[in-house]
Write a protein that binds this ligand. Structure first.
Ligand code: AGP
Length: 596
């Protein structure tokens, strides 16, 4: 997820582009750049935040320009990988938000036709394709249409061409809006970028191509002009950055169905596995070690259940900050480290230690070019996009998708079972959406829970780590003291804390843990604690036993952590909201913990 902007009008473009990019930084901030067309096209870009770029920017004169703030997917953050990307002549500059899936093939073909590439980005194929068709005598729109015909993937793009008093833009599976001004117009990824200049916007639809001049906006689809409705925006800039949600955390929770889809598309499209696990691990012989911190550690624990269940190899899931104190036997072990930011000091230290003893390391991270991706032997990226809220939500869900896909790619289960598991995994975006649609019920329970200061979360099997994650989410944003426990462990001590002022949240799953969980709930009720149960649809046994029941779609136990987690994220969010906490920036916490 990147932020793109285009301006054409009566004013100097540069200050407007810079200002708009500041408003779009929540979409990505690892590098940025802009291009302005005066007598020729001048490009200025670097791997810095927009405020830094602004300080170094020369004056680029011109009333037409484009800009970009990046969230790297292909090619680490660097000056040459930053956008705009240009063609060989430098007369065509493009900013892009999305992923071109077939860029490698297109690039090879263009190179064989004499094009020279300078970056590692997928985006750079776009200006070269447009150059190819433009050179062959097409006009600019035709050249853009022909280029888009070759591209597979998602895109929102804006094209600036030397000598052309217009901007051309197009979208497919990435958002793009037009801001309507007085003798000036704006093109942007999202409304926060233009709100300072206009509240009149048009939302472009998939496959729309638009030609924008200071006086006109022409939207075409399949070369036929179409009309698009104008909307008046009443939100302020900050609210717009949150997509109308009150907090980034709630927005990011609601982005999860798309995040699951995006991460799945990335890895299940290609026939050959993206990572050659067998090169790193002899799944018949060796063991696996999964290391991480915080929420990522809870994903590691789920990875352990999955891998032992489907690959039947021994897996240790360990807290990275503890790792350096163990006397580890790492022979014949492969390590996976999980880290959203890719910058967590404890996790980086663990990677370095593993590499010192020759242990191959696979990193699963959300940030391209992060330290973890640079020092690990191999990296798989989650496609959660930038996560602004300190409390990790969508990044955790994306980590689970990568673990499911990775383990299923190497599992020994029979093809039929594997096919049905992949089918169910592909249904998870809509199952998680169903949980999000049931928000009001969770809000009710949150109102009740917000009055307590101590809470236990319990689960068994693959939902024990979910209990840990539910407790972490609640404590880090609502400041309620919450603990996650394997349900069987509660009677070995914590039972002493039970009573009517200590609710217990039980995460049920229709598997071999169900009966034991029911028994635990009866034991807990007998000691006076209120019980909130998270159960699959159609669960009658729990009725009358739990004080509150939150129902989630019924899915196979192996996938239940995804729906259960979504419900627990919402419960934590609304409980914290009920208590008036500063949800996106909780006290004493940082999004990335870069100190040991
Ligand atoms: C989770 O909500 C917290 N922000 C925190 O526990 C986080 O998961 C932990 O610091 C690990 O961060 P990482 O995934 O970026 O390495």
């Amino acid at each position: 997820m990147c932020g793109i902007i285009g301006y054409i009008g009566k004013r100097q473009a540069q200050p407007i582009l810079v200002n708009a990019l500041k408003r779009l930084e929540y979409r990505g901030y690892d590098s940025c750049g802009l291009a302005v067309s005066g007598s020729d096209i001048r490009v200025y870009k670097d791997a810095v935040r927009i405020v830094e770029l602004e300080k170094a920017l020369p004056q680029l004169r011109g009333a037409i320009g484009i800009g970009h703030t990046r969230w790297a997917t292909h090619g680490a953050p660097s000056q040459v990988n930053a956008h705009p990307q240009c063609d060989c002549t430098g007369n065509i500059a493009v900013v892009h938000n999305g992923i071109i899936n077939n860029f490698q093939q297109l690039k090879q073909k263009l190179i064989s036709e004499g094009h020279t590439f300078v970056s590692e980005t997928d985006t750079e194929v776009i200006p070269h394709l447009i150059e190819k068709y433009y050179r062959d005598g097409s006009d600019l729109e035709e050249a853009v249409e022909a280029a888009l015909g070759d591209i597979e993937g998602s895109y929102a793009i804006i094209i600036l061409t030397a000598g052309e008093p217009k901007l051309v833009a197009a979208r497919k599976d990435s958002p793009l809006i037009i801001g309507i001004g007085d003798r000036e117009n704006f093109i942007a990824s999202d409304v926060p970028a233009v709100l300072e200049y206009t509240s009149r916007v048009i939302y472009l639809e998939d496959s729309d191509i638009v030609v924008v001049t200071p006086q006109s906006i022409t939207v075409k689809r399949d070369s036929i002009e179409v009309s698009r409705e104008e909307h008046r925006i009443s939100w302020g800039v900050e609210q717009a950055q949150k997509g109308g949600y009150e907090h980034f955390m709630l927005k990011e929770i609601h982005e999860q169905p798309k995040v699951i889809r995006d991460t799945l598309v990335e890895y299940t499209q290609t026939a050959e596995p993206v990572i050659d696990l067998e090169k790193m691990l002899d799944v018949s012989e060796e063991s696996m070690l999964i290391l991480a911190c915080g929420t990522s550690y809870h994903a590691a624990l789920i990875g352990k259940y999955l891998t032992e269940g489907l690959l039947s190899i021994p897996v240790r899931a360990e807290i990275a900050s503890e790792f350096s104190y163990y006397g580890q036997t790492l022979a014949r072990t492969m390590a996976i480290v999980i880290t959203q930011s890719g910058e967590t000091a404890d996790t980086l230290k663990a990677i370095k230690r593993l590499k010192e003893v020759g242990c191959p390391v696979l990193a699963i991270t959300n940030v391209v070019g992060s330290s973890a991706s640079r020092i690990a032997n191999q990296t798989i990226y989650t496609r959660a996009g930038p996560e602004i809220s300190v409390a990790a939500t969508k990044s955790f869900m994306a980590q689970l998708v990568v673990l499911y896909w990775l383990v299923m790619s190497y599992s020994k289960v029979d093809a039929r079972r594997l096919a049905s598991m992949l089918l169910e995994l592909r249904q998870m975006p809509s199952k998680v959406q169903q949980v999000l649609d049931n928000e009001n019920k969770i809000l009710e329970v949150a109102k009740y829970l917000s009055g307590y200061e101590n809470v236990f979360f319990i689960g068994r099997g693959i939902n024990f780590p979910v209990a840990l994650e539910g407790a972490l989410k609640l404590k880090e944003i609502s400041y309620i003291h919450a603990e996650g426990y394997s349900a069987g462990e509660l009677k070995h001590g914590p039972f002493a804390l039970l009573g009517n002022d200590t609710p217990v949240i039980a995460i049920m799953s229709q598997d071999n843990t169900y009966e034991a969980m029911l028994t635990n709930i009866k034991e807990i009720k007998a000691r006076g604690s209120p019980v909130i149960a998270i159960v699959g649809e159609g669960d009658e046994a729990i009725e009358g036993l739990a004080d509150w029941v939150i129902t989630v779609p019924r899915v196979s136990a192996i996938f239940s952590p995804m729906v259960n987690t979504a419900a627990l994220q919402l419960l934590a969010y609304y409980t914290a909201k009920e208590r008036g906490c500063s949800i996106d920036t909780p006290r004493n916490l940082a999004k990335s913990v870069t100190v040991e």
